[in-house]
Design a protein around this ligand. Structure first.
Ligand code: CTP
Ligand code: MG
Length: 379
């Protein structure tokens, strides 16, 4: 059975004036690359069939260049966000459409999938978080438990939200759920995430940057495995289809092995071969995820916990970009490190060396560990 098709509209046609960068805030750097690129990466996942990005005339060239590597379409926006969404809706081909602010780069894959599921089940899915501050309207307190702060993504059946927008005429709305609520029905709320902030002011760009660890111990790890017979490889605990497998005593998860060595090194412990010798039959075909958990326990016995992981994988195949978020999620589960404190970069070797010649895969990791009692306090 063919599954229901999903399109996404990413709104990026604003001026971003309140951030005061003198240009669209979405083109200002966040973690060293344009903020919008982080948002685009979040939607480059197999569950989404089509992505349409709105752009002003002024930013059209730059936004098109950012979208090209992902194969995302760009359409001209309008004077208001409402007008931009209307223009994009005309081009949508999916049965479901999620509408998302380009200014929310911290959206998680879980939230995106929750929205899609909510549309399938309830006809709409609008992310919102409960207010935590007390709230007042015209001098009078209102019950904050009744107050939802609405985020994006917001998902709908394409035909319904198109109809709502056509009935809305020229009136401007700040979001899509307001248009849907006025002309179709009350939208279904999906529990949003507090990290899913909208970059609005300059200081929001600083908030996205995690604080530098003050007392972390650092360790470095590298691992290499050779390609051999097989039809999948396992990287960061995620099984990926490939026309080759990796030869190893264990399951050959080079990335996890690099992480294990980096953690052990940071704690001043012996290397992976000491704890998991490849002469020991017990580790034949072993699940590296389980071994990583054992390493986390070894650290725990010394009073340490992993705090940050920076992983770099060099592989000519398989293509990894689509799986980075899944890999982060898996590493987070195995190590207890918050997903936002895990970075995974993937690249090829431009045809050079053993990686370039498709002979194997290489992974590096820098890990930061902290004393368990201080871990988490400044995160
Ligand atoms: N947006 C859009 N078309 C517009 C106005 C806004 O596609 N005519 C997009 C923005 O690019 C942003 C999102 O809608 O991703 C939410 O709007 P907002 O945060 O208000 O962004 P800007 O309008 O760009 O910022 P400002 O209001 O500070 O100028
Ligand atoms: Mg605006």
């Amino acid at each position: 059975m063919k599954s229901i098709t999903v399109s996404v509209i990413i709104c990026a046609a604003g001026k971003g004036e309140r951030a005061g960068f003198g240009k669209n805030k979405l083109l200002a750097p966040l973690y060293g690359e344009p903020a919008l690129r982080h948002t685009l990466k979040k939607f480059d996942i197999p569950e989404i069939d089509e992505v349409i990005v709105t752009s002003s005339d002024y930013d059209y060239k730059e936004i098109s260049a950012l979208c090209a590597p992902f194969g995302f379409k760009v359409v001209k926006g309008g004077e208001t966000r409402t007008q931009s969404v209307k223009n994009a809706l005309d081009k949508v081909s999916g049965e479901i459409v999620l509408i998302h602010d380009g200014a929310r780069p911290f959206v998680s894959k879980k939230l995106i999938l929750d929205c899609i599921e909510s549309v399938k089940k309830y006809g709409s899915g609008v992310c919102a978080v409960r207010a935590t501050d007390s709230a007042m309207y015209e001098g009078r307190h209102i019950d904050r438990n009744e107050l939802n702060l609405v985020q994006t993504p917001q998902g709908f059946f394409t035909e319904e939200i198109k109809k709502a927008y056509s009935l809305a005429g020229d009136k401007a709305y700040t979001d899509d759920s307001a248009v849907y609520a006025e002309f179709i029905k009350k939208p279904h709320i999906v529990e949003g995430e507090s990290e899913n902030i909208k970059l609005t002011y300059k200081q929001d760009f600083m908030r996205g940057i995690p604080p530098l660890p003050s007392d972390g111990l650092k360790g470095f790890g590298v691992d290499i495995h050779i390609f051999g017979e097989g039809d999948f490889v396992t990287l960061c605990g995620v099984k990926l289809p490939c026309d080759r497998g990796l030869i190893a005593h264990s399951d050959g998860d080079v990335a996890i092995h690099a992480v294990m060595d980096a953690l052990l090194s940071a704690a001043g412990l012996d290397d992976i071969g000491h704890y998991f010798p490849d002469t020991d039959l017990k580790f034949k075909g072993a699940d590296s995820g389980k071994m990583l958990k054992d390493v986390v326990n070894l650290l725990k016995q010394k009073g340490f916990a992993p705090a940050r992981l920076s992983v770099s994988i060099q592989a000519e195949k398989p293509r990894l970009s689509k799986h980075i978020e899944d890999m982060k999620e898996k590493l987070s589960l195995l190590t207890g490190v918050a997903r936002q404190n895990i970075a995974i970069a993937a690249g090829t070797c431009e045809g050079l060396g053993f990686v370039g010649e498709k002979l194997g895969i290489c992974a590096y990791c820098i890990a930061i560990i902290k004393k368990e009692e201080t871990y988490g306090k400044d995160d």
